[in-house]
Design a protein around this ligand. Structure first.
Ligand SMILES: Cc1cc2nc3c(=O)[nH]c(=O)nc-3n(C[C@H](O)[C@H](O)[C@H](O)COP(=O)(O)OP(=O)(O)OC[C@H]3O[C@@H](n4cnc5c(N)ncnc54)[C@H](O)[C@@H]3O)c2cc1C
Length: 447
């Protein structure tokens, strides 16, 4: 009998599998898709260009990711971060350099105070027990939006903070509990880290795309990976666990489930999941993000003095833009983030309309040269059956304080991984890796 079976071939499942491999345990990894990487995926085009349609950045304090890159000899490079940025507010476009957008001083002060207040509150959250804070119940009873509205004294402050925080959380601010928002900030160090390129979560890209790392890890695990295996049922016995899907049944001493929260409920567990865990899973929803890319012969906006970065209010189809070109800028990639309600509207349209809307937007900020990309690509993760959204599962109001640490608590012979079970860098690839390693260590200690 196998020592363990890992379900899910995203970074969390791969990290769990690597840890089992290094501990000389026998295991296999079952992945529903015909590829590895889960919420990370590098789309490679015929002309050699590529874009990361899923997770793409790593940054300081994401130590496990840098270690993996070093271990597998995968290189990273700095995200392009020079030139003038753009702010699009009330349909007026202004450019600025540095961190402070060009807008009225009252709103700037308000934004600064509000972000600092969120950071101060987040500092009091313990990442392994967010419900323990004195004000946890109060904070878990309201959405992030209620808090932000209460602390915004100008309309422009609300607009800018909204665009920034929607980009961080991948949902409308009224869809996420304030306590979860604070936990998420703490889990990723602080708001400045979450929002920044330099010194922050967007500092580095992987050369060749995130798939370059996945591919290298897969080489090590090749003989243990089974693609196109959708696990439909998990049956626990006294001394083993059986994983069943169409045309297969595997038995092992332990199982590690490393899949997004909504998909856990699609599996038939025997015996049933504990009530608390099952109810918590019902309360967690995935965010919604679409990435929209224009691929150009060269990053022409750099020559015109632009960084490629934009932040835009709700009158634009997209919240934020980045220069997502490869390391040497041999060709240019503009990336727009389309999130929450903007994504629901945008991705309800057909592809031709989406392309037209996107190119109009690119031209509005970067001029006529943006009208004719070599390739246009957009991708919405909410449409993917094996992800159902991104970046991660979101705790709605009441979920943290009523259900506490249920998500990662082992259930018999089943252990839980996935970025949503990580205290550190929850929602990020780093969190996925840490969670996978933690779950594998739990298993290794028991067999
Ligand atoms: C658009 C986008 C941008 C992002 N940007 C960043 C970023 O820049 N930096 C960053 O750190 N993070 C980013 N993220 C988040 C990051 O990608 C995720 O947090 C991370 O990849 C999650 O990894 P995971 O292994 O926990 O889950 P997943 O990657 O979702 O892996 C789960 C796997 O389980 C499989 N599966 C599901 N159900 C079953 C089943 N029943 N049987 C078998 N297999 C199953 C799925 O196919 C999938 O491969 C982004 C995500 C997206 C989508």
């Amino acid at each position: 009998m196998l020592d363990a079976i890992v379900i899910g071939g995203g970074f969390s499942g791969l990290a769990a599998a690597l840890a089992l491999h290094k501990s000389y345990k026998s295991f296999i990894l079952l992945e529903a898709r015909d590829r590895l990487g889960g919420r990370t995926h590098t789309r490679r085009l015929d002309d050699g260009s590529y874009v990361d349609i899923g997770g793409q950045w790593i940054g300081p304090t994401q130590d496990r990711m840098y270690s993996l890159c070093k271990e597998y000899n995968v290189k990273w490079y700095e995200t392009y971060n020079q030139g003038r940025n753009i702010i699009d507010l009330n349909q007026v476009i202004k450019t600025y350099t540095g961190l402070i957008p060009k807008m009225d001083v009252a709103s700037l002060i308000n934004i600064d105070l509000l972000l600092k207040k969120l950071d101060r509150m987040a500092r009091g959250i313990s990442v392994d027990k967010p419900w323990n804070n004195n004000r946890a119940v109060k904070w878990d009873s309201i959405s992030l939006d209620v808090f932000v509205r209460k602390n915004c004294y100008t309309k422009n402050c609300y607009k800018v903070v909204r665009a920034g925080l929607e980009t961080v959380y991948a949902c409308e601010m009224n869809e996420v509990s304030l306590l979860h928002a604070l936990f998420y900030i703490r889990s990723g160090t602080n708001l400045n880290t979450l929002l920044s390129i330099k010194g922050g979560a967007q500092q580095h890209r992987i050369k060749g795309g995130m798939q370059a790392l996945t591919d290298r890890i897969a080489e090590t695990l090749m003989h243990s990976i089974r693609l196109n295996r959708v696990v439909k049922q998990i049956v626990q016995h006294d001394n083993s666990v059986t994983l069943i899907g169409e045309g297969f049944s595997y038995e092992a001493r332990r199982a590690i489930v490393a899949i997004p929260p909504p998909l856990i409920k699609a599996i038939d567990f025997q015996p049933s999941l504990p009530l608390h865990k099952s109810q918590l899973l019902d309360k967690m929803s995935m965010g919604i993000v679409g990435k929209v890319f224009g691929i150009y012969e060269k990053p022409f906006w750099r020559d015109n003095g632009f960084s490629g970065q934009v932040v835009a209010d709700e009158l634009s189809p997209f919240q934020t833009f980045f220069d997502s070109s490869p390391a040497d800028g041999e060709y240019g990639v503009l990336l727009a983030f389309c999130i929450a309600n903007r994504a629901r509207d945008f991705f309800s349209k057909n592809e031709a309309s989406r392309k037209q809307i996107a190119l109009n937007s690119f031209v509005r900020y970067f001029g006529k040269e943006a009208s004719n990309p070599k390739h246009y690509i957009d991708h919405c993760w909410a449409d993917e059956a094996w992800s159902r959204g991104c970046y991660a599962g979101i705790y709605s109001t009441g979920a943290w304080t009523n259900f506490r640490g249920e998500l990662s608590k082992p259930f018999g012979r089943i252990h839980w991984a996935g970025t949503e079970t990580s205290d550190i860098w929850y929602g990020y690839i780093e969190g996925a890796v840490r969670a996978g390693e933690r779950a594998a260590n739990e298993v290794v200690k028991l067999i």
